[in-house]
Design a protein around this ligand. Structure first.
Ligand SMILES: Cc1cc2nc3c(=O)[nH]c(=O)nc-3n(C[C@H](O)[C@H](O)[C@H](O)COP(=O)(O)OP(=O)(O)OC[C@H]3O[C@@H](n4cnc5c(N)ncnc54)[C@H](O)[C@@H]3O)c2cc1C
Length: 376
């Protein structure tokens, strides 16, 4: 962790801090503080993405050849920490952090040239079509059928729990192109337009009352075969690669930023302060692991990705519970219920974050993957 405090990075940290102080608008910061989910509404994230894009900083993890700033891994981590400290919203991960690295890795030159600039600018907003009503933890059981017809595939079936499908103009999807052999061997990875005829998006409300995810129905939807990423029936490898980006990465910077804002509200109670300190120590350990795990364009090995997913999401859930305790302290009643912004949304955030140990593959499944990777 001394790496982060190396004087070689002082000028870089100052540059980022100065930029954030000058360019992060109050309304965006306030929108982020009141967000109840890690998937912040695009009305808040897209204007911020445009500001970062104008500076060349929208995709810190991308290599310079695709429009990234060309930072090393420590600089990227410092940038994430400074954004969290300033209270900037998390940008939507589905395009920038999930599908972009697999387009870089598996995409044709034409696919890279078409999609990557539009992801960077925010012109394209992506959703992830992996889960189905009969395929969650057992993802290889997916049945959405893609049948070749001329230059197209014709898709029939449905995807579920599709976060922000109601905002997205693009989806990356796993589809079944063969029933021969192992279930994993008959899956292909498609990039498709959400306005294609035959796609219907139906909302699903979360426990916290948000409209965040959806069920998406496909009724004879035509998708050009040229929109396939990688070879036919080899989509499982693309998906596994993508999942290391979805699960791994940087949980600690955002959580440290949140905990420090909560700390300011614990003057009222020594026991709460001690609980904040304990989580701060846990976060130092998580940060050390994240720094050790960093590799390539924001990814980490499958083993680290699963470990970070468990530790990051379970720490977030403990901090949510602590935030509820802080918000419920009698001292706030004396203040005429004038609790600060950070405490206004603790209950919906607590409820929303219950999902964190389910999405991106449940934490039980991550523990199983770790056991298999370590024990064989
Ligand atoms: C908020 C949220 C957003 C999501 N967004 C998306 C999205 O954008 N795109 C997308 O494709 N999907 C999305 N998902 C779906 C998510 O990936 C699945 O919910 C997850 O993989 C679990 O699948 P399932 O819900 O079908 O549960 P199931 O697979 O039915 O599992 C139910 C329970 O059984 C346990 N279990 C199952 N199998 C095993 C096993 N072998 N060993 C031990 N325990 C097991 C699970 O851990 C879980 O507790 C989202 C989910 C949530 C909650």
């Amino acid at each position: 962790m001394d790496m982060l405090n190396d004087p070689a990075f002082t000028a870089f940290r100052d540059e980022v801090r100065t930029f954030l102080a000058a360019h992060l608008p109050d309304d965006i910061q306030r929108g982020a503080a009141r967000a109840t989910s890690v998937f912040v509404d695009p009305a808040i994230t897209l204007p911020w993405q445009r500001i970062l894009h104008a500076k060349g900083w929208a995709a810190p993890d991308w290599p310079a050849e695709f429009g990234g700033p060309g930072w090393n891994e420590i600089e990227r981590y410092i940038f994430a920490a400074e954004c969290a400290r300033a209270g900037a919203p998390n940008l939507a991960p589905m395009g920038l952090k999930m599908v972009a690295p697999v387009i870089m890795h598996y995409g044709s030159p034409e696919q890279r040239a078409h999609y990557l600039p539009r992801i960077l600018s925010g012109e394209d907003y992506w959703c992830q079509g992996f889960s189905e009503p009969g395929a969650g933890s057992d993802l290889a059981a997916l049945q959405l059928r893609a049948v070749p017809d001329g230059a197209d595939y014709v898709l029939n079936g449905s995807k579920i729990w599709t976060t922000h499908a109601h905002f997205a103009n693009r989806m990356f999807a796993l589809v079944r192109t063969s029933n021969e052999g192992k279930p994993q061997a008959g899956i292909s990875f498609l990039l498709l337009d959400m306005d294609a005829p035959g796609i219907t998006v139906e909302p699903i409300r979360t426990l916290a009352g948000d409209h965040e995810f959806n069920q998406v129905f496909f009724d004879d939807v035509r998708v050009p075969q040229a929109n396939r990423l990688g070879r036919e029936n080899e989509g499982w490898s693309v998906a596994k690669h993508l999942l290391t980006f979805e699960r791994g990465g940087k949980y600690a910077p955002g959580l440290i930023g949140r905990l420090e804002r909560l700390r300011k509200q614990t003057e009222i109670d020594a026991v709460l302060r001690a609980q904040v300190d304990r989580e701060a120590i846990n976060l130092q350990a998580l940060q050390a692991l994240e720094l050790k795990a960093m590799r390539g364009v924001g990814g980490s090995s499958a083993l680290y990705a699963s470990a970070l997913k468990i530790l990051g999401t379970e720490t977030a859930q403990r901090i949510d519970a602590l935030a509820c305790e802080i918000a419920g302290h009698p001292a706030w009643a004396d203040a005429d219920g004038q609790a600060p912004d950070e405490l206004a949304v603790v209950v919906p955030r607590y409820l929303n974050d219950r999902a964190a140990s389910i999405y991106a593959g449940s934490n039980e499944i991550q523990r199983d993957l770790i056991a298999r990777l370590l024990l064989g």
